[in-house]
Design a protein around this ligand. Structure first.
Ligand SMILES: [Mg+2]
Length: 231
């Protein structure tokens, strides 16, 4: 797959490309501390958490929740409880929007359909509205609203249908290989891997070969995506 020549739709993951993934980290740490308190244990060592988190980031596969439950709660069965507690604490505070998001979307406006395509809670719509992003969003592919989660193909095909685009006319921008790049590429979308948040600090050459394009941020990306598209 290569980036589309006839680009009609751009879909954006939220955690990583749009908001700092440290928002998720804060929520999962709070959830871990609460569950450990239930066990009569003290808060998790932040360095222990980072070791697990960084290992999963480097792998770009495997379940972070399962690893955290097994290694920091001592019970992989607590994976679902950890998930529910994390959801309750997960917010995107003001000031955590990456500064390159609004300029990027401004360059796309009127040229292509823009969609959110993300595993997120409903409250993300309020955060994106507060931060001025919602005005640029045509398709709201939020998992908690649509009822499908990445990496399942349904969320991607739902967004494509809403945008009226074929896969080869669309690009998905995300920061994970397992839930963004691979499922999007499997459906025939172009893929952009944003190397921040849950992406590895130092991706391997094999990882870098998976997306059509890997970038450190969104500056300059709109021009590259629109290069083959008629005005
Ligand atoms: Mg993400």
């Amino acid at each position: 797959m290569t980036l589309p020549q006839d680009l009609r739709a751009v879909f954006l993951d939220v955690g990583g490309p749009v908001y700092d993934d440290e928002n998720f980290v804060a929520a999962v740490l709070q959830a871990l501390d609460e569950l450990r308190a239930d066990q009569g244990r003290g808060p998790v060592e932040r360095s222990d958490f980072r070791a697990v988190y960084d290992r999963i980031r480097a792998q770009q596969g495997g379940s972070l929740r399962r690893a955290l439950a097994a290694e920091l709660l001592g019970d992989p069965q607590l994976r679902d409880a950890l998930h529910e507690r994390t959801r309750a604490h997960w917010h995107h505070p003001a000031g955590t929007l990456y500064p390159d998001v609004l300029p990027f979307l401004a360059q796309l406006r009127g040229r292509v359909t823009v969609g959110v395509l993300a595993n997120q809670e409903r409250a993300v719509v309020d955060a994106l509205t507060r931060d001025g992003v919602a005005d640029s969003v045509d398709v709201w592919g939020v998992s908690a609203i649509v009822g499908h989660e990445k990496p399942s193909p349904e969320l991607f095909t739902w967004c494509l249908a809403q945008a009226g685009a074929r896969p080869e006319q669309a690009v998905h921008i995300g920061n994970r290989l397992d839930t963004d790049v691979r499922p999007a590429a499997a459906l025939g979308l172009g893929t952009v891997w944003v190397l921040r948040g849950e992406a590895p600090d130092e991706p391997t050459p094999a990882q870098l070969a998976e997306p059509d394009l890997a970038v450190r941020g969104l500056d300059g990306l709109a021009a590259r995506l629109l290069a083959g598209t008629a005005v």
